[in-house]
Design a protein around this ligand. Structure first.
Ligand SMILES: [Zn+2]
Length: 375
């Protein structure tokens, strides 16, 4: 889209008789033109610099931003993962500049550069998580290994080239919307004591943060891990029923995410599980995973999993083994309201990324993070 100069900056909007400032809201120093906003403006410039530094490549050429995008090298690295990342960078950078600009103009909110960078980094990681990789795609030279490490993308184990890949990033804490045309499942288990009456719950949302389905249920007395696995399995079934792919699956239990990842990579449930109960649940999950090709697991912190936790607690109180549907299935009005508040908070959180455009912005066209901007 940017390649065709269609981005609606104010100088274009004014030609269409929009009333508004012509000043760039990302710096309040220059007129907002396409070239300024996406290239020379300090925010744009810093983002391009940061990306270039981590990639160890110059991102911007001598020409204007349109040339930069048109001439973006397709395969500058030897390694497929880095090339994949490199090719989603322009869309991700432009998208985040554009989002910040809209947030400032239409919501009167502005973020410091670190926060914008955090969102950009989060979008990039989310898109990377959807790309399944084989060993052959990994970097082989020390230089390329270091580049991937420096990005601290916290990719699943199978990406890991060496130990340093496993360090956690601190930039992303809250819920992040999945990339355009993909979905995110958050699941959780809850029990009052361990083992005690237990319930599970979860939610699937699209890239706007719109809930497509919620579910919860009570499974009687059970342990934490067993309950979490039930929550995960039921979520996979819901996603299959609605044919929601590609799917990012997030839970706040590192143990469960590790188990699921090992199962996905072909380990036997018997070897992964510590008990017969977990083994049975892992076998269910293994069976489901055969139907989900475009799926990735990843661990989130509790802040990013609040709604699933909330629904799991409804599950504990529920007298039914399973319920799924829209927000109407939540038993009380007060709880429905609480859930709506949590949903709102997730889509408005600074890390929400691509998922915050609703109604306020008069632009139908956006640059999604992985748009084919060369097209
Ligand atoms: Zn500016």
């Amino acid at each position: 889209m940017v390649g065709h100069k269609k981005l609606l900056t104010w100088d274009k909007l004014r030609r269409r008789n929009f009333q508004g400032p012509s000043i760039c809201h990302n710096c309040f120093k220059n007129e907002e033109t396409l070239q300024h906003l996406l290239d020379t403006c300090p925010i744009a410039n810093q983002l391009w610099e940061k990306v270039g530094f981590r990639c160890q490549k110059r991102c911007k050429g001598p020409g204007d931003i349109i040339d930069t995008i048109r001439q973006w090298p397709k395969i500058p690295y030897d390694c497929a993962i880095l090339n994949y990342m490199w090719n989603i960078i322009p869309g991700t950078v432009l998208w985040n500049i554009w989002k910040e600009r809209n947030r400032r103009i239409f919501k009167n909110q502005s973020s410091p550069i670190e926060e914008i960078w955090g969102r950009l980094h989060g979008n990039l990681r989310e898109t990377m998580l959807l790309k399944s990789q084989t060993k052959e795609d990994l970097p082989t030279t020390d230089n390329e290994k270091n580049i991937l490490d420096n990005w601290k993308l916290e990719l699943p184990q199978e990406y890991a080239t060496h130990q340093t890949m496993k360090c956690n990033i601190k930039e992303v804490r809250n819920w992040i919307a999945p990339p355009t045309n993909s979905y995110k499942l958050n699941f959780d288990g809850a029990s009052k004591g361990n083992p005690r009456p237990a319930g599970f719950g979860g939610i699937i949302r699209d890239h706007n943060g719109t809930p497509l389905q919620i579910y919860f249920g009570n499974i009687g007395w059970d342990t934490n891990n067993s309950t979490e696995l039930e929550g995960l399995w039921q979520g996979l079934l819901v996603a299959k029923r609605l044919n929601l792919q590609p799917l990012i699956v997030e839970g706040d239990s590192q143990i469960i995410i590790n188990m699921a990842t090992r199962i996905q990579n072909g380990s036997q449930a018997r070897k992964v599980a510590g008990s017969w109960r977990l083994e049975a649940r892992l076998n269910n999950i293994a069976h489901e995973l055969r139907n989900h090709r475009a799926l990735s697991f990843h661990h989130t912190r509790r802040e990013g999993n609040k709604i699933a936790d909330f629904l799991a607690n409804i599950g504990v109180e529920s007298n039914q083994p399973f319920q799924a549907g829209n927000l109407d299935i939540i038993p009380s009005n007060q709880q429905t309201q609480e859930c709506e508040n949590l949903l709102q908070r997730d889509t408005e959180s600074p890390d929400a990324g691509a998922g915050t455009s609703q109604g306020v912005e008069p632009h139908a066209q956006h640059v999604p993070p992985h748009a084919n901007i060369n097209g």
